[in-house]
Design a protein around this ligand. Structure first.
Ligand code: ASP
Ligand code: MG
Length: 445
């Protein structure tokens, strides 16, 4: 059995759904379970409709039109039409309710966005049936998904995995292709919840892990994980394989591939995840596994995260003192600022912060214990690779920086076994990434 997850852009219209139908049909010998997101940007449109309803206007024509038109274009039977019209009616009733009470709780919001996935699986499954295979639409709770009540980013309960395995397993053994809603679940009280934006990947990996699937395929519109952002490095190439840890580091440091959280279920059980390109189905994509057989290239991928802030903190009193670091971090905690990279020496600390916050208050508080220098518009350059060979990586990387006349402003290595990161100026980042890519991938991957 395999799990195949298709995101919003893969099911954005009738044409894309036809294409997905062919991909699923080709996979029938491997007993696929399909997970679908809402069509196109439906989730965003639903949230916009909620905003309008709060202002007193019920308007969701674009959502309605997209689903009706897709059904017509795919020539789906009128029995489905009734079901879809029923859902659209419920959605309208809900929006009317919101427009009257002018208030929306997180719980109502989850109920609202759940329409996207509930509509898309019904259309998808009906179209697959028209291709001649026994596809059936399921809301995630009907195949066992139960979550906590943390609306808008609920956690699926681990104790429902055996139920998921049992239900999906029995459907698949009857020759059914289950087409399951991504992103949503129900809490023990029966209220609909969502797993956080991008949550359909997580639905797929939970099914894969619970059912011990052969593989979870996440279908995107790029050839898998690339060696660098193709907008910066046009000759970036797909990486053949990475570990879960490497994939998670890549995701944290700017590569928009999979949400780090979505890898957890599969990494816990050791189920391989494959990122595939729906525009290029014959390409093998990138395989994500727990351990790589081959030692592989020195560096697997290079990423960058721009617009970070570097904070240099120097204390003449740190020498031989205890409690200084605690004091510094307490300051960040008091200001609710999350620190990314850290490097320390005997008398100083450098660290980075995401997003450009207003740091005047933080600076004032820190200056009670140290002198502080805040530098904005920096970029983190991250090399994901085999850190057991860190000296070779660092030699090459710093050689490149030196040739480019770029001074590295902070370095961090060691906490993770796969990540070496350093800070440069924002404007220097593209040039450095390109030069590093030439250096590390000149001989291919
Ligand atoms: N439809 C949801 C979203 O746009 C979930 C997903 O696509 O994974 O976030
Ligand atoms: Mg989406």
């Amino acid at each position: 059995m395999i799990v195949m997850k298709f995101g919003g852009s893969s099911v954005a219209n009738a044409d894309r759904i036809r294409h997905v139908g062919r991909i699923v049909q080709d996979a029938l010998p491997r007993k696929p379970v399909v997970v679908l997101s809402a069509m196109g940007d439906t989730t965003d449109y639903l949230l916009e409709a909620a905003e309008k309803a709060l202002e007193g206007t019920v308007a969701f024509d674009s959502i309605k039109d997209l689903h009706i038109k897709t059904m017509t274009d795919l020539g789906l039977p009128s029995s489905l039409n009734q079901e879809i019209q029923g859902l659209l009616k419920d959605l309208e009733t809900l929006l009317v309710g919101i427009s009257l009470i002018k208030e929306i709780s997180p719980r109502t919001k989850d109920y609202l966005v759940s329409f996207g996935e509930r509509l898309s699986v019904r259309i998808g499954a009906a179209y697959f049936r028209s291709l001649g295979f026994d596809a059936r639409a399921f809301d995630a709770w009907d195949v066992g998904f139960v979550s906590d009540s943390n609306y808008t980013s609920a956690e699926v309960r681990k104790d429902c995995w055996p139920v998921i395995q049992e239900r999906i397993g029995s459907l698949v053994s009857q020759g059914v292709v289950p087409v399951v809603t991504g992103f949503i679940a129900k809490d023990p009280q029966g209220a609909i919840t969502t797993l956080g934006r991008g949550g359909s990947d997580l639905t797929a990996t939970i099914i894969g892990a619970a059912c011990k699937a052969e593989e979870v395929q996440v279908w995107k519109d790029v050839d898998g994980i690339l060696t660098a952002d193709p907008r910066l490095v046009p000759d970036a190439v797909p990486v053949e394989a990475v570990t879960y840890e490497e994939a998670a580091e890549l995701a944290y440091f700017g590569a928009q591939v999979l949400h780090p959280r979505s890898m957890q279920p599969c990494s816990a059980v050791g189920i391989p995840v494959r990122v595939k390109n729906s525009y290029n189905p014959s390409a093998t994509g990138t395989l994500i596994v727990s351990k790589l057989e081959k030692r592989g290239s020195l560096v697997r991928a290079i990423t960058t995260k721009k617009n970070v802030t570097l904070v240099d903190i120097v204390s003449s009193r740190m020498l031989g003192q205890y409690g200084f670091l605690a004091g510094v971090f307490q300051c960040f905690a008091d200001h609710r600022l999350s620190v990314d990279m850290v490097a320390t020496s005997e008398v100083s600390i450098s660290l980075t912060l995401d997003a450009p916050h207003d740091l005047a208050h933080l600076k004032r508080d820190l200056e009670k214990i140290a002198s502080v220098d805040i530098k904005k518009n920096k970029a983190i350059v991250t090399l994901i690779g085999d850190v057991r060979r860190s000296s070779a990586i660092l030699e090459k990387a710093f050689g490149v920086c030196n040739q480019e006349g770029v001074q590295v402003q902070m370095v961090s290595q060691g906490a993770s076994k796969v990540n070496i990161s350093f800070i440069v100026d924002n404007e220097e980042a593209p040039r450095i990434i390109q030069a590093l890519h030439r250096e590390f991938f000149k001989g291919g991957v």
